[in-house]
Design a protein around this ligand. Sequence first.
Ligand code: NAD
Ligand code: GLY
Length: 362
Amino acid sequence: MKKIKINIPNYEYNVYLGNNIFNEILKLLKKENHTGNYLIVVDKKVSRLYSNLIDTTFAAAKNKVIKVILESTEKNKSYSAIQKIHSALIKNNYGRDSVIIAIGGGIIGDVAGFAASTYMRGVKYIQVPTTLLASVDSSVGGKTGINFDNTKNIIGSFYQPKLVLIDTNFFKTLPKEEQLCGLGEIIKYAFLINENFFTLVKNNLDKILANEPKVIEKVIIESVKFKGSVVTSDEKEQGVRKILNLGHTFAHAFEVQQDHKLKHGQAVIVGITCALYLSNKINLVNEKDFSVYLNLLTQFSNKIKLAKVDKKVINHIMQRDKKNRDNQIKLVLLSKVGTILTDINVDNSLINQSISEAIVHF
Ligand code: NAD
Ligand code: GLY
């Protein structure tokens, strides 16, 4: 089992990574003193596929264990999901020593984390990501939240988990489409980290999609280490953490405009493509790099299909992005692999032109 330390001052925690390690969770929780009554928030599909494993593993727990099963849809990433978790906690007399354990993809992690951050002003939570996307990105860094009023992740908190356990064995049941979503965030890290990682990802796209264990482990380790270092220097996204949102202002708007038929990881690929076109338009990225980068992003053109795109609606939704200031959209754009610019103001007409050019590929 590998261990990566996330060193956020006062909120340090470990990310454990391995294959078939879920059954060690109680041992790890005990070792790190995260004992108490457990409330497991589990994705409905994961519960169906892994209830035996989850139940037998937790049968040995000394304290109470209850489960809340949620269906992972963006519509369910809502106040009503939070209420279900809080009601279960209250009904079972769970106190401040409760530990909430999220087992599922990014939706379960975000919802369970937000419920943990608000129950009794904050109880511990643990992330057990079961999708590739949640393993490389959402389970680490402490962004929790729900959607509201047709706006992605608009209600939430920065609240770090106490422990993250990534068991790559869960990926064996992931649909291909979800593996591609994970690849979407991995491609984001390819642009953020450095040329070596970019090349590794570019040369191993098929292996990532095929869930090849060695490559998968390598990309998870590199992504988590990188995200950990960024979040350690800027937990609350006042500065450098903004780079983790490359393509996301576009992506979140596409997700809503496409009525969530476009999944987050797919939307990230579309969003980075828009950001790339825009970066090229304002001469941040040169023609040679532009074509290499575009070539990577458009490898998946036939796997991501957009319904009718309404640019006016996309633009309108982008106006509500959390990074905006002074009523202006503040974008994260790209100069070169490893060189990301944040808080960029760009004329709306250029944003719309970039959307038009990017969507031709999807
Ligand atoms: P998800 O949580 O919707 O899971 C994807 C699908 O896979 C669901 O249908 C789920 O039931 C299924 N599933 C999960 N694990 C499975 C398994 N092992 N086998 C079979 N099926 C399985 O989606 P996601 O891509 O994991 O996460 C996307 C969400 O994460 C979005 O809401 C996004 O906004 C959020 N997110 C948050 C952060 C953050 O920093 N907090 C970062 C990135 C994304
Ligand atoms: N997914 C962006 C972040 O965690 O900051």
